[in-house]
Design a protein around this ligand. Sequence first.
Ligand SMILES: N[C@@H](CCC(=O)N[C@@H](CS)C(=O)NCC(=O)O)C(=O)O
Length: 210
Amino acid sequence: MITVHHLNNSKSQRIVWLLEELGLDYRLEFYRREPTLAAPPEMRDVHPLGKAPIVEIDGQVMAESGAIIEYIVQRYGNGQLMPAPDTADYARYLEVLHYAEGSANPILLISMMFPMFGIDNPVATGFLTNAVKLHLDYIEGMLENRDYFAGDRFTAADLHITFNLQMAQASNLIGDRPRMLAFLDRVTGRPAYLRAIEKGGPFDLTANRR
Ligand SMILES: N[C@@H](CCC(=O)N[C@@H](CS)C(=O)NCC(=O)O)C(=O)O
């Protein structure tokens, strides 16, 4: 049995979406962000970090959305949602899967937090503006002549990086990058995405801004 510890407006949305894409059975445990936007303390009873997502799979507790996605796709996917391992697309798939949370997300998160914390130090904001542009241009470039990030079909890497694009959109950072916008329209129209929203509850990352 798979249990997803699901926090509203958070990265656990990715896991609900993944399980819907694969048509797997799962149970949702719902948590709500505190007024400070922190996860509630009960999540620490499940995993010491207490951050979403956390899953339990046959009693094994696991955090980190990228690792959870890779594990579920490998264990239950039967080749769905990933390129064949002996292809160049597979290398790109793994790169995007790790890039999304490892390199892109921290920059997008900080750029969401700077205005919230009233940080207007010109050196810091200058660094951040350049970093955001670097990453968003890179992401836009990866979609040149292709609809998906790792090959010509939808994979779990697309599902994973969608959250980053939604964060960028919520912070009004996407600007005039048409491939990203078209990508977001394409993937958020998938039936599994819509089912995940229905089951996981409303999803609005602008609610995480102060
Ligand atoms: N790199 C982790 C990040 C986990 C994380 O920070 N999750 C956020 C939700 S998007 C969270 O739980 N925030 C509430 C908190 O930090 O208390 C992952 O991808 O799973």
